[in-house]
Design a protein around this ligand. Structure first.
Ligand SMILES: [Zn+2]
Length: 319
């Protein structure tokens, strides 16, 4: 079975790692916290969708999440969720927005009213239409027979109020609340009776999409203008988040809460590779973890079964 499960987004992981290694009074902090809040809201919205999708009959449908694909013009397009079937495909664009959401068609934009404030956004219907064309072209390139591609904009915030401009029929058809997903999909699929794709072709389509997924490896430190030297080194206490723990013989000890851990360094090495350098050397990790001995560092790194490159002093490790 080909599956691309929804994982915690790299953006959320990166921003959490950065915030965990900046002093509490760091000047950029509120801005990064704000960005993390938005990324978390998006992720929560997508998880809410998964719950409603779990009510769909499992057979003959493949659900892929968080795809980032390159189109013919070297532009990337991202798809939150796509359902693939032998009769049609369905793209879901998820918006976790609170308040009153007004879909205006002249000009076509989404206006959010929240706490007596009005904010306009690009209309997600336009976005999902573009994704439809890009996905269509993408699958064509790999000789997958063409099936109709449908689109839905899903509002995952349970308490938001959705409103439409009176003559905006398209929006009325394709914008729904998350809870309406199973009903909407059974309505959508009713007219599609012909199986265009064989099971083999359907699996091939899913495999191609998963294989061509290119995660966005954004340098968030650069994005937030944070010099690497501002990132606090050391091993976090898994219990109280104190930084740094002290290395004792074969374990880590938290000077603040006295918690001890054998493998607290793993998270720190992951942070290092995520934020500082994906190429890990003995010396760099020794400094980052506050270890004294080259030998102990080698032992820790070897125990992680990382991919290795080079010999002796010049050896690098990759997560
Ligand atoms: Zn502690």
């Amino acid at each position: 079975m080909i599956k691309k499960e929804r994982k915690k987004p790299l953006k959320v992981i990166s921003l959490e790692a950065i915030l965990g290694r900046l002093p509490l009074n760091y000047q950029n902090r509120p801005y990064i916290e704000d960005e993390l809040g938005k990324a978390m809201a998006g992720w929560r919205g997508e998880q809410a969708i998964d719950f409603h999708l779990s009510f769909l009959p499992k057979e003959q449908t493949m659900i892929l999440h968080d795809l980032r694909l390159e189109d013919n013009e070297n532009r990337f397009f991202q798809i939150d969720t796509v359902l693939l079937s032998s009769k049609f495909h369905l793209i879901l664009e998820v918006k976790n927005m609170a308040g009153t959401l007004y879909f205006n068609n002249d000009p076509q934009q989404l206006v959010q009213k929240l706490n007596n404030e009005e904010k306009a956004y690009q209309c997600p219907i336009l976005l999902v239409e573009r994704q439809r064309l890009q996905l269509q072209t993408f699958l064509k390139k790999f000789q997958i027979p063409e099936v109709p591609i449908l689109t839905l904009v899903v509002i995952s915030h349970a308490n938001s109020v959705i409103k439409f401009a009176p003559n905006f029929y398209k929006a009325k058809q394709c914008v729904i609340h998350a809870a309406a997903i199973p009903d909407k999909i059974s309505g959508i699929k009713a007219p599609f009776k012909n199986e265009i794709l064989s099971q083999k072709e359907l699996k091939k389509a899913a495999r191609i999409l998963v294989k061509n997924h290119q995660p966005l490896n954004k340098d968030y430190l650069e994005h937030f203008n944070i010099p690497k030297s501002d990132i606090l080194p050391g091993v976090h206490c898994p219990k109280c988040r104190n930084l740094p723990m002290e290395r004792k013989r074969g374990y880590w000890l938290c000077p603040s809460c006295q918690h001890s851990s054998k493998n607290a360094h793993i998270a720190a090495i992951y942070d290092y590779s995520l934020l500082i350098n994906s190429k890990i050397t003995n010396q760099a990790i020794r400094e980052f973890l506050h270890l004294q001995s080259i030998f102990a560092t080698t032992k820790l790194l070897n125990s992680l079964n990382l991919k290795k490159e080079g010999q002796f002093k010049g050896r690098s490790y990759f997560l």
